[in-house]
Design a binder for this molecule. Sequence first.
Ligand code: ZN
Length: 501
Amino acid sequence: MTENRAIASIKNSNGMAKILIPTPLRQFVDGHDTVEVNSGTVGDALRELVAVHPQIERNLFNDQGKLRSFVNVYVDDEDIRYLDREGTALSAGSTISIVPSIAGGATPAPVIDVAEPALPELSNEEILRYSRHLILPEVGLEGQRRLKGARVLMVGTGGLGAPLGLYLAAAGIGRIGIVDFDVVDETNLQRQVIHGSKDVGRPKIESAAETMQDINPRLVIDKHPTALTSDNALEILAEYDVVVDGTDNFPTRYLVNDACVLLGKPNAYGSIFRFEGQATVFHHQGGPCYRCLYPEPPPPGLVPSCAEGGVLGILPAVIGSIQATEAVKIVLGKGDSLSGRLLLYDALNMRFRELRLRRNPDCPVCGDSPTVRELIDYQQFCGIPQQAAEDAAQERMPEISPSDLKSRLDRGDDVFVLDVREPHEFEIARIPGTTLIPLGTLPKHVHELDSTADIVVHCKSGVRSGKAQRLLKEMGFSRVTNLAGGILRWSDEVDPSIPKY
Ligand code: ZN
């Protein structure tokens, strides 16, 4: 097992402990996935990390020097959040895991009772179709009838929703609700295998329902072609026994969680980012909810979305299938669910790890004295208005259009064009004559730039270059302009031979 290899490597390192750095934070520690430390407590170890890699500090600690609440710290796979986490002692060879949230009850949730005693009968045709299930003692005729009587809600038909929809339909779930208002686009096809090339431009809900219905014509599908909101969530979720959360944004994550807790529904959760995934079951059999794990969302923009950070196309197949498995097990009432366990999957190193989760007695939703008793404004909770305000501030920063920049370059103006994307993006497409310094490394290389020069910053679409522009301005650069719309707009307006990605 890889675990054994990890332990062996610690023993060889003179009793040092190590900190595992998750993908979103590696950009702040020169790309390392592991940092070795010599400290005796968790607090000292994290301060040692910050001393060597100061850029990671604001991601781990707030202005008061306290560990941020959306960052969970584990020592040897044990959640130390409700202990004196900074004072937790490290022994030789301890492994500290930092697990930030990725864009992913006081009274025990009732055991799912699928419309008993009137479980639906199976026809001879269904008995043949599900024969490989029926001969499993853990499923059998009764289990298959439970699946037929079950009602499962899928929130989202994207990367996670694709395997979910396919396998839940095939497994014989009787009724599946789908919530989605998005349209299939070309960039979805690399991972959202429930949709095909012919579906580009169609509503995802139509395309997904068609595929699922083809797999299982007996399946009843409820289409909810809408965004899930605080106004409709309780009404929609109330109709189902199990909710499977396959969304891609924090406001909907918290909305689904709170609605599940308020209604007493289990939530099969999964999230993906680049090469890593997380899965668990929230609010089931007295286990924790999403807010127990992540009491508050990360500030907008801190954790990149899959659109910004990328995602391995096959990754959601694994995580979505785990969610589907958990949903089926909950309906069957068999096996050990992932409730109380966070499963972490690292596709790049092909490694599964498991961390224990506990219900937080002080959780505002599922704790002993809950303060959240109805759905709230989740956009506001996740700081989205704040993001809008930042964007508005960004609007006032100087911008240049691609065609204006092209004219200036053609005139021979002395303009320094700085590309702040990642090297692999630079390889896909670049504007000739530009200099590449990825945003994450900009603070380290800033002294190489002339602070009085006329600088135009660009990225893919203008968001990262806006951050770079603000950063440079804070560091005393006076003439920094953002290329509006990035290289995508440059391709549209100046040079269509540059590929868009
Ligand atoms: Zn909770």
